[in-house]
Design a protein around this ligand. Structure first.
Ligand code: ADP
Length: 634
């Protein structure tokens, strides 16, 4: 009992370790993987947004460089003009000469530091418009909101915004995800009312905003909407004189009548009182941008459309002619900076559904893989549990077997000892009783021999060492002899034995002793498991189809085999009627051996319920061709 408990505990421990170390972690992993499936589209979008953000940033940088080139070329031109002309003459003719010699200029202007506008004269529509829009500002008579990056000192725009140029909207959406940065940026933006709002809200930021909104509830909606519209490029209210300071050149942008004016200015060291400037012709700039766009990222052309959006979120130029989109919703966008305030380099997906499609494909593939994994884990676990169970059962049966065999050995030994002592001490005078005692001793010895043979044979078979002496033998002969030797014991115990063995020779290729052992085991079971009706019948028959075989049926009228044990009774150590409940002793090996021997002969042992109560065990063996010969007389 202790051994059984120990083996059960051992198995339970193994099962527990398996569940804790393999099964649970695998299920947790599978669960995590399933959860990550939901984020596939988001992850893909992030990957793509990182890639395309790089494209937008690079385009913004190129546009900055382009504006810087214009500025440089203006300074060179102004320097050359100053070299070639007298300053006094140039102050009058600067506008016409510049426009002639430097086509990007829409208007050229000259203004003294004290605010005297020397050029252009109010001739021609462009000069007039320019003067209407800018004269008060250039003459230092009013301050205006301008976008510029002073050399050296920062103006009133927050540092963190100044440092990020080109301003990455992805960076912005990431900071929206981080609550402390998000709060500080949000506050700094919201507190500064002077910031002009942005017209464009990239999808990435929008998606983040929506996530935030769904988490934070309806109040956050307004806040995130405001954040979406805030530009990082901030104007500063300043006068022209103050803006120039001590610098020799610079650029500034301002919105006049909702139109962007981009001005370059230059103060020649020889004439520091004079400021020469030019207003850049925007159509010219846009034409140059178109050229930049033509060389841009040809590899990505079938996936994305790159556009430069003006301050009203209208595409000034785009990489794919005829491409249409909701321009206010780029996939990612980058503000260009003070050069072109509120202009953006924006990236649009040519096929926005492609992302969802590939996310779906990944989802399905991963989903299938995870399902296969879970299935494999499930099947593996089931197999392991089933195997553990089997081992548990065998371990239990083995311990039962040891106690059963011990019992089976003890009972005949006790009777042998008792009767032999009685006879040895001469305490039995009656000759009939003496014979009866001797018969009992013989029967018990035979029982012991059978048991020990069974155990030894089983051990040999278990180790694969059982050897059979196959030879042509007459099966009727084997059965007849076996029944004859067993009949006295049966009859002594009150059994009626009915035997129908044909008077013929039935040849089989078999091991005489092994076949006899099968018959004995079946007869001994019929004896053991018979109750009040002590009737045993043995039928010997020969069939020819499909192949010639013989069948020996051993039938009893005993307690029968429970329905659910009909197949299990052939398993090793299995006992349908255990000694405790039935009082019938056994080792659980008799039928196992009988079946193994039959199978080794190419035959089988089967059980069937007997009509009218009891059991019927049939031994079937292949007969040798033409085996039924020479009818005999018994
Ligand atoms: P045992 O030593 O227990 O008899 P066996 O392998 O010979 O071992 O038989 C296995 C089990 O099959 C028995 O324990 C018993 O429950 C059942 N069994 C075998 N023969 C008979 C029979 N003739 N009638 C009823 N039950 C039987």
């Amino acid at each position: 009992m202790a051994a059984r408990a120990e083996s059960q505990n051992g198995m339970k421990k193994v099962a527990l370790v398996f569940v804790l170390a393999v099964f649970v972690p695998s299920l947790v992993l599978a669960w995590l993987a399933v959860r990550s499936l939901r984020d596939q589209q988001f992850l893909l979008e992030r990957q793509q947004s990182l890639l395309y953000q790089g494209v937008a940033d690079a385009l913004a940088k190129e546009i900055q460089d382009l504006v810087a080139d214009y500025q440089r070329s203006f300074i060179e031109k102004a320097t050359a003009m100053l070299r070639d002309h007298q300053p006094q003459d140039l102050t009058r003719t600067f506008d016409e000469t510049l426009r002639k010699e430097w086509p990007p200029a829409q208007v050229g202007f000259v203004v003294t530091l004290s605010g005297n506008i020397l050029c252009p004269r109010p001739q021609g529509p462009e000069a007039q418009t320019f003067l209407t829009c800018n004269s008060r500002f250039l003459a230092n008579r009013e301050s205006a909101e301008v976008y510029w990056s002073p050399k050296g000192a920062a103006l009133n725009a927050p540092n963190e915004l100044k440092e990020q140029s080109p301003v990455s909207s992805l960076k912005r959406s990431e900071s929206v995800g981080n609550s402390s940065q998000y709060d500080s940026l949000k506050n700094s933006w919201l507190n500064n009312n002077k910031f002009q709002s942005r017209a464009v809200l990239p999808q990435q930021a929008y998606a983040k905003d929506e996530q935030l909104q769904s988490k934070a509830g309806p109040q956050s909606k307004q806040v995130t909407q405001e954040i979406g519209n805030i530009s990082k490029v901030a104007p500063s209210e300043t006068e022209f004189r103050q803006l120039i300071g001590e610098a020799n050149d610079g650029k500034l942008a301002r919105f006049v009548d909702d139109k962007l004016n981009l001005l370059f200015w230059y103060r020649p060291p020889r004439e520091p009182q004079l400021v020469f400037g030019a207003q850049l012709a925007l159509p010219r700039l846009i034409a140059a941008l178109q050229e930049v766009m033509g060389q841009f990222e040809p590899a990505l052309r079938d996936q994305i459309c790159v556009a430069v959006l003006d301050d009203k979120a209208k595409p000034a130029v785009k990489s794919v002619v005829g491409f249409k989109a909701n321009w206010k919703r780029p996939f990612v966008a980058t503000e260009i900076g003070e050069e072109l305030p509120h202009w953006e380099a924006a990236v649009y997906l040519m096929d926005p559904n492609a992302l969802a499609r590939s996310a779906n494909t990944i989802k399905w593939t991963l989903g299938l893989l995870i399902s296969a994994l879970v299935l494999a884990i499930g099947i593996g676990s089931w197999l392991i549990v089933a195997d553990l169970n089997r081992h548990l059962t065998i371990a239990r049966q083995k311990t039962d077997f040891v106690s059963n065999v011990s019992h089976e050995l003890k009972t005949p030994l006790t009777s042998i000892r008792m009767f032999s002592e009685l006879l040895a001490e001469g305490r039995v005078a009656n000759a009939d009783r003496q014979r009866s005692y001797l018969n009992i001793i013989t029967a018990e010895t035979a029982r012991l021999t059978r048991l020990i043979n069974n155990v030894l044979d089983f051990a040999r078979m278990d180790r694969g060492e059982k050897k059979y002496q196959f030879q042509k033998c007459d099966l009727t002969q084997v059965v007849r002899e076996t029944v004859q030797s067993y009949r006295p014991q049966l009859e002594a115990n009150g059994f009626q034995v009915e035997c129908q063995i044909p008077d013929a020779t039935v040849w089989v290729n078999g091991d005489h002793d092994a076949l006899s052992q099968v018959i004995v085991n079946l007869l001994s079971n019929a004896e053991k498991y018979s109750d009040s009706r002590k009737e045993i019948a043995l039928d010997f028959s020969r069939q020819n189809s499909p192949l010639p075989y013989v069948e020996i049926k051993i039938k009893d009228r005993g307690i029968g085999v429970p329905k659910d044990s009909a197949e299990k009774i052939f398993e090793q150590f299995y006992r349908a009627h255990d000694s405790l409940n039935s009082g019938i002793q056994g080792s659980g090996l008799g039928l196992t051996l009988a079946r193994q021997i039959a199978r080794a002969h190419g035959g089988e042992v089967v059980y069937e319920r007997r009509e009218g109560g009891g059991s019927c065990f049939s031994l079937r063996l292949p007969a040798l061709a033409g085996s039924l010969q020479n009818p005999k007389t018994e």
